[in-house]
Design a protein around this ligand. Structure first.
Ligand code: SF4
Length: 181
């Protein structure tokens, strides 16, 4: 039997959703036996591959790198899951949307006002990914197949999502988008 080609990506988030993924503890061994992990920030894999079956997307879309990766994810993945509140609603990273002036006030605060030593805005292209003016949830940029809310989603909810998928079934839904556990 072919293993599920499984990926996780980390966009604008704190990595807490990935930490909760690791909280599935010994069930991770069962999961590892049934999937082929083809992309994840937990391993040093550079390019998002083709023909991915399932991808968990942590984080909102906040910069040009996030944007480029999420388009790759959608193009090459059968089932895209918004993984955690930052992906589902933009959550904490979107707090900067309340400031007027797009990304500029955030850059000024981080690189000038709070800097101890070198006070300089990032001006060399490619060194720091350019911030988008507004932070958005994943589904505002690409179509998303399932939503897994939580900050972070409980490890039981993550398992309840993945277990049916391993059997070729869709997870049970509670309400419009939430995955029951
Ligand atoms: Fe972190 Fe919560 Fe966002 Fe997950 S949803 S990346 S735990 S802030």
């Amino acid at each position: 039997m072919n293993k599920i080609r499984f990926a996780t990506v980390w966009l604008a988030g704190c990595s807490g959703c990935h930490m909760s993924f690791l909280d599935m503890d010994e069930w991770l061994l069962d999961l590892a036996a049934q999937v082929e992990v083809v992309y994840t920030p937990i391993a040093d894999l550079k390019d998002y591959p083709e023909n991915v079956d399932v991808c968990l997307v942590e984080g909102a879309i906040a910069n040009e790198d996030n944007l480029e990766l999420i388009y790759q994810v959608r193009k090459n993945t059968k089932l895209v899951i918004s993984f955690g509140d930052c992906a589902v609603t933009a959550n904490v990273p979107a707090m900067r949307n309340m400031l007027k002036g797009g990304a500029e006030p955030v850059l000024k605060r981080g690189y000038l006002e709070l800097a101890d030593d070198t006070r300089q805005l990032p001006d060399e292209p490619g060194i720091v990914p350019e911030l988008l003016d507004k932070v958005t949830p994943v589904h505002e940029v690409i179509p998303v197949d399932l939503f897994m809310p939580g900050c972070p989603p409980d490890a039981r909810r993550i398992r309840a999502t993945l277990e049916p998928l391993l059997k070729g079934e869709m997870p049970a839904m509670k309400g419009r988008d939430m995955i029951k556990f």
